[in-house]
Write a protein that binds this ligand. Structure first.
Ligand SMILES: Nc1ncnc2c1ncn2[C@@H]1O[C@H](COP(=O)(O)OP(=O)(O)OP(=O)(O)O)[C@@H](O)[C@H]1O
Ligand SMILES: [Mg+2]
Length: 304
């Protein structure tokens, strides 16, 4: 696979040309994962907990029986892509730019429903080819909720408990799925805690997972992927992202100001956070766009 080349579903046979080579030595997780999540990720206590446990556990397990599969759920701008980047950086020196990391964006790579069969072939051979070159490959599927249902089912065999499939083992690979599915349920729950005067940090995984499974995964008409991945328990961890509050938005703005080398002007910081819109309309607790668009707003204030 040419370095830095994006996945190109229309170029036929690309992945098929790849041949199996002896597995590379295992890459282990750098301690930076926990540290980076603690330092950079705001307001997502559940995410840090699950991701560290899942990724570390998997990388340290010599005898994994299946690839690691994480499904990240939550409101827009709450850090799903951000976390997948941090995960990639904890495993590969070049992070997302590593040739062992493959990102697929549903609307970009698989836009046409009528081409689904081509995409299926291409996706399968892409994954097969790349895992045979590097067993410790990372595949990120963005916009899962916009992905054609049949397509994701085509990778199901790779996620299952097989020792080998056509001579290739997928047991060291990692699959991460991102979607907004279930975001309403997660928000509802967070709001519930808030209204009852309970701390956000007291929300537990079990609270959310039950809510999630009821709303999304048991509902075949939810517009989610409708696939057997869930029925067959092939997703190891559902990772819920909570909606971000005003104070988290401020933290994001601060980081962004600093990263540009500007001195932090508390006044501008507050103004930018105030400019974001918050919901529900009554209480105005959660940012509509999470921390998205924060950087665009900064351009306005600091671009004199
Ligand atoms: N919880 C967070 N902590 C710190 N920064 C965050 C957080 N959430 C979002 N950000 C900042 O906002 C940017 C946009 O977030 P990101 O792209 O990860 O959102 P997303 O959850 O993937 O949203 P969408 O569902 O719209 O794709 C990130 O690059 C990061 O800079
Ligand atoms: Mg995203």
């Amino acid at each position: 696979v040419p370095l830095g080349q994006p996945f190109d579903p229309v170029a036929p046979g690309k992945g098929r040309e790849l041949r199996a080579v002896p597995p590379l030595t295992a890459v282990s997780c750098s301690p930076a994962l926990q540290e980076n999540l603690d330092r950079k990720l705001f307001g997502q206590h559940l995410v840090s907990k699950v991701v560290v446990k899942a990724v570390k556990g998997f990388l340290n397990n010599e005898n994994a029986k299946k690839p690691l599969t994480l499904s990240l759920h939550g409101w827009t701008g709450t850090g799903k892509n951000f976390v997948s980047k941090i995960i990639a950086e904890s495993i590969y020196k070049k992070g997302l730019k590593s040739k062992y990391v493959h990102q697929f964006v549903a609307t970009l790579h698989f836009p046409h429903a009528q081409d689904i069969n081509i995409y299926k072939d291409q996706l399968q051979s892409w994954i097969r080819g790349n895992v045979s070159i590097c067993p410790r490959s990372l595949f990120i599927f963005d916009e899962m909720d916009k992905m054609h249902a049949g397509l994701i089912d085509s990778i199901k065999p790779f996620l299952d408990y097989y020792e080998l499939l056509d001579g290739v083992s997928y047991r060291k690979a990692i699959f991460i799925f991102l979607s907004n599915a279930g975001a309403e349920k997660i928000t509802e729950l967070a709001l519930d805690f808030w209204r009852n005067g309970r701390a956000r940090e007291d929300i537990e995984l079990t609270d959310i997972q039950n809510a999630l499974s009821v709303s999304v995964f048991n509902n075949k008409n939810s517009g989610f992927w409708h696939s057997t991945l869930i029925d067959k328990n092939l997703i190891d961890y559902f990772v819920p992202f909570l909606p971000l509050e005003y104070k988290h938005v401020k933290m994001c703005v601060r980081v962004e100001i600093k990263s540009r080398g500007y001195t932090v002007d508390e006044d501008i910081l507050t103004r930018i956070a105030d400019e974001m819109t918050y919901f529900p309309r009554e209480e105005r607790i959660y940012s509509d766009k999470g921390c998205k668009t924060v950087d665009a707003k900064l351009d306005y204030y600091y671009d004199f």
